[in-house]
Design a protein around this ligand. Structure first.
Ligand SMILES: *[C@@H]1O[C@H](CO)[C@@H](O)[C@H](O)[C@H]1NC(C)=O
Ligand SMILES: *[C@@H]1O[C@H](CO)[C@@H](O)[C@H](O)[C@H]1NC(C)=O
Length: 422
């Protein structure tokens, strides 16, 4: 029974000899010097470093006198292991015939690369980053080659050979981090990310198609503040700023949503503020309230940001100046009874707040821009019609008598081809 294994080994050795007989030099594996890599369960060829190919050597395990393979094996400077296992890992020593030390080799076992898991995310409208993790641990020194190219739009044939589609390296920042960053991406273009896992046993590539507009997720708004409104025991004014990672541009604005709840109240109420502040009008008098905000691209690209850290504020407890009777009433209301019977409480009737109007500006700008666009389009159409009309009505040649066209009054007479020179 036990003889079957050596028999099998001999067959494997013969096969392995056939496979490796063509190779002459130790393959230059990357990673620490003096280490050679194999896969459990597979045959393995160790190569004696520092010895000319074909020079016969003897092989030993480090610290063991037992000869593993003699110089008369016919394998030259190589050691064939029929099927390596974890017990074969360790240091091997090869000696030339004169007993001089040929070299030392460490055998390390692991697995070839597998396609890594990749995901990409963008916190602004110009840059995105991709992160990855191995989908299987190889146990070997591993590096990742990262690149990207702009993906062709199907049908746009003239782009096919264009050098402007990459691939370009996706720089890993910092080097060795499982993350690379693409700067200056086009918002509407599609990109193909290539993350290739490489180890001494091979390479494996993951391709991922991304569009900035789909992976966009702003950082949460910053600087959230909640303040009482003096004299109004049911109001709180919340204000915040754009995340610093999102430079403001007329074409790339953020919209916001705000949640608030009184202390010890589990459920959030939510509003969609128009600008960078909101006055809550149905706060519970006397109770601290938690408030948080999140942001999203103005035109709904991507997803909502995470919620900002909560900020707390308590409505003013000063007596009301104007609405004294109503104010006294609302102060005695129990906690869980916001004005549910008046579903649309009037917006705060404080003095007109110039900041509030300011923050609406972007919206209005967009509206104005769109109407300008429509008007200029109409203008173009009218202009084109007028030009067509003029081209049809204008004199066919110099011989024709001058017919005053409708553009005639706009042109000096002496510029007309048929006009006599004075
Ligand atoms: C994109 O990244 C560059 C370099 O870090 C930065 O200067 C630029 O402001 C970023 N773009 C946006 C829209 O944040
Ligand atoms: C992905 O990147 C690897 C390493 O740079 C490269 O060898 C391979 O050809 C690339 N694959 C594609 C489909 O671009």
């Amino acid at each position: 029974m036990s003889s079957s294994c050596p028999g099998l080994s001999r067959v494997l050795v013969a096969v392995a000899i056939a496979l490796v007989s063509a190779s002459s030099l130790c393959p230059q594996a990357w990673g620490p010097p003096g280490v050679q890599y194999g896969q459990p369960g597979r045959p393995m060829t160790l190569c004696c470093p520092g010895v000319t190919a074909g020079v016969p050597v003897s092989w030993f395990r480090d610290g063991e006198p037992r000869l593993l393979q003699g110089p008369s094996s016919g394998l030259g400077h190589e050691l064939i292991l029929a099927q390596v296992d974890s017990i074969d890992e360790g240091t091997y020593i090869c000696r030339t015939l004169d007993g001089a030390l040929g070299g030392m080799v460490t055998l390390q076992l692991g697995y070839p690369p597998t396609r890594p898991t990749v995901s990409c995310q963008a916190a602004d409208y110009e840059n995105f980053s991709c992160t990855w993790s191995p989908s299987q641990v190889s146990g070997l020194p591993t590096r990742y080659l990262t690149s990207y190219r702009k993906k062709m739009v199907p049908g746009a044939d003239d782009q096919r050979m264009s050098p402007s589609t990459g691939p370009w390296p996706c720089p890993q920042d910092p080097p060795g981090a499982a993350r690379c960053v693409v700067h200056g991406a086009e918002f509407w273009s599609q990109y193909r990310i290539n993350v290739t896992e490489v180890n001494p046993l091979g390479a494996s590539t993951r391709l991922l198609d991304v569009r900035l507009q789909n992976i966009l997720r702003p950082d949460p708004p910053q600087g959230l503040q909640v303040e009482p409104v003096p004299g109004y025991p049911r109001r709180l004014r919340a204000s915040w700023t754009y995340p610093t990672s999102w430079p403001r541009q007329p074409h790339f604005l953020l919209k916001f949503r705000l949640q608030y709840r009184p202390a010890q109240h589990p459920a959030w109420s939510m509003v969609e503020p128009a600008g960078l502040e909101e006055v809550i009008t149905d706060a519970v008098a006397g109770l601290p309230h938690a408030v948080r905000v999140s942001a999203r691209d103005f035109l709904d690209a991507g997803t909502w940001s995470a919620w900002s850290p909560e900020a707390w504020g308590t409505p003013s407890s000063e007596p009301l100046l104007e609405e004294t009777p109503a104010g006294a009433q609302s102060q005695t209301q129990p906690e869980d009874e916001p004005q549910e019977d008046s579903p649309a409480p009037p917006r705060p009737s404080l003095q007109p707040d110039p900041r509030r109007l300011d923050h609406r500006d972007p919206l209005e700008q967009v509206a104005v821009l769109s109407s300008l666009g429509i008007f200029s389009f109409l203008g173009l159409v009218v202009g084109a019609l007028a030009l067509g009309l003029w081209l049809r009505l204008r004199p066919g040649g110099k011989d024709e008598p001058q017919k005053p066209g409708f553009l005639a009054p706009m042109l000096p007479v002496d510029k007309f081809p048929g006009a006599p020179n004075l």
